[in-house]
Design a protein around this ligand. Sequence first.
Ligand SMILES: Cc1cc2nc3c(=O)[nH]c(=O)nc-3n(C[C@H](O)[C@H](O)[C@H](O)COP(=O)(O)O)c2cc1C
Length: 368
Amino acid sequence: MLATIFTGLRFENPFLLASAPPTESENNIMRAFDAGWGGVVTKTIGLHPVANVVGPKTKFLRATPDSPHLSMQKRPGTALHSSWNWELISDKPLDWWVPQLGRIKKAHPSKILVASIMAGSGSDEELRRWQELAEACQNEGADAVELNLSCPHMDRKDMGSNIGKDPELLSVVTQAVKEVARVPVWAKLTPSTTDIAIEAKGAFLAGADAISSSNTFPSLPLVDPETLEFEMNVDGFVSSGGLGGPAILPLSLAKMSQMTQAFPDKAFSGIGGVAEFAHALNYFLLGCGTVQVCTAAMLDSAVGPNVIRRLTSEMAAVMERRGWKSLDDFRGMLRDRVVAHSKIRRPDAEGYHGGYQAEGYSAADSRS
Ligand SMILES: Cc1cc2nc3c(=O)[nH]c(=O)nc-3n(C[C@H](O)[C@H](O)[C@H](O)COP(=O)(O)O)c2cc1C
């Protein structure tokens, strides 16, 4: 009942761990598969040396009930607002990953193993690095590759979300990987652009088999009003990092809706703020075929055993109750319910013209 086909791959359920600490090692990924995840996207693998900041790489912002107070300070009785991180891609080299990928796939042949990869884009040499990474991972049995075009904290102008913000650059990278890929290629886009459907078009034109979205949203930690220091800093300094978790669910849905409306026949993997099936359902109803989880899993024994148990049991219960036989019975059901503001009914339909004067509005309306 929960099984689904996405980019030609059979998933026993449509839930994956997103590329992040839960998928940073063979040990974690094996535990995740034993716990019931249908697939995983590995922590992003690259060819450049990586050195993370001193101190914690991720913290969690929490809300105090019945109060406007938000803080990363650990205190009882709070609700999760978001995760904030400035972690770079995997600090382990490709040579470390290659045998692990092979062993994971052999141990779990029916689970879906997606390798997240990243290189630069400013030269032919960098494009060849993307190809080298894709080939190495698929040779070890990776079922798909996900292109990290979305890491929000890169200094390099030709890497991470700086590629994802440039439709031409992301097309070139996607095309380079497609030239060597024998497995589906997913492009993970950044949410920090004006109209994400433009970047989606660039990826699809270059042959991407699916789009994953969102990566974390660029953001800063809050300042502690007592110490006048950022709640997360090194020597008093901070840099842009990524917001994930509950706070980004509605934001990521808005991005996803733009893309699934523009490309209703394409494949999308929804990411951002998912902790239970009611959250994932939003992505499915907008047209996604799979959903990925990071923050909620990090807070649940590192790989989310309880999260995946709840996702699958709640999905089965909802499908049973509604008489749905497969995800295809409800995927995209609400995609076309997101409309222009002027299409929303109001008490006096004659009195509102979408911000235009009555005359101008008629002209704009007749153009559409
Ligand atoms: C600590 C941390 C590290 C992450 N590292 C990566 C990464 O290496 N590659 C990547 O594509 N996304 C990375 N992400 C982004 C997640 O895969 C995911 O897109 C984002 O956290 C939103 O999902 P969530 O709301 O479930 O956390 C990372 C997120 C966190 C919190």
